[in-house]
Structure formats: structure tokens, C-alpha cells
Design a binder for this molecule. Sequence first.
Ligand code: NI
Length: 180
Amino acid sequence: MVRPIITYGDPILSKLAKPVSDFSCIEDLIQDMFDTMYEEEGIGLAANQIGIDLNLLVVDISHTEEWDESMVFANVEITDFNGESVIEEGCLSLPEIRFDVTRPEEIVLKYQDQTGKQIESEFGGLMARVLQHEIDHLNGVMMIDYLSPLQFQQYKNRLQELTNRQKEETQEQFSRGIVL
Ligand code: NI
């Protein structure tokens, strides 16, 4: 099921996600995350972007040569990193905003798969890039947090628009009585 994307201005995007402890009941949620990500044409999605406070993210870069299947990561922790690369990023929670972000080129990641299995693995290329963007979300960090105060000015009006829109949507949900 496609769920609405939470955009900038909602406090759930600024908080540390809770760990996944019960892996027996996240199957539907994972499916919803993929459905939503594909609908919005994203290549990665963190659970808090659909309003769910869990340390869970999905990635699908199978359109590239680099990877041939979709991936699920829970309880993620970057244990090492190496190198540096600059890539332009966008974010489903920051519509119409794109800019270059500098991040490590390779990471070592400790995580659990959708069955709860503990894995430690190295990632590079686009996968490392998407993972770092989504892991930031789960830590309450968004790509605009990397902007200098001067660069931030450039996006200030757009961010204010997004904050206003998010507030209106929250109020609408309150009046309809379906706060999720
Ligand atoms: Ni994002």
C-alpha cells in the first residue's frame, strides 16, 4: 500500500529512530515502504519518511549495473568509512531541492536483514551513497543539515513553504481524526 510521504517540517524527521525488536511483524510495513518508494520514484526510503518510528530502510538500485535486487536494512550502524565523493542528491521529504553532497565513498555497515539476521558488510558506489542518505534520516539528519549558513539562505523560502504545507496536512489529519 502506498502511504503519504512525510515532508520537511514534521518532527519525526528530526528524531532518532527506535530499533526494530520484533522482526515477525514488519513484513507489511516493508511492502508499504517499497510500494511508496516505487510510486514516488525514489531509490531509497527510511521508515520515518512514511511516519513510522523504526530503524528500517529500503533501497532499490537494481536499475543500475551495480546491484540486481532490492534490499532491506534494519538497526543500521556505520562502523567504518573511507574516501570521499561528491554527488548531487535529492530527497522525497525535500521536494524540488537538489544539491551536491560530500560523503565517504565506502562504508562498513552493521545491520540486520528483514529476518533479523546480523550482518556486517562493506558497501561502495551508489549503494553506499543511498545507504548514508537513508541512515541520516534514521538519525534525524537531512541533507540540508550539511549546508553552510550561506547556502541554507538559498533554500529558506522553499523550506518555509514545506513547513507550512506539512502543518496544514497535520491539522487536516487531526480534524479527520486519523493521526497515524
Ligand atoms: Ni531523503
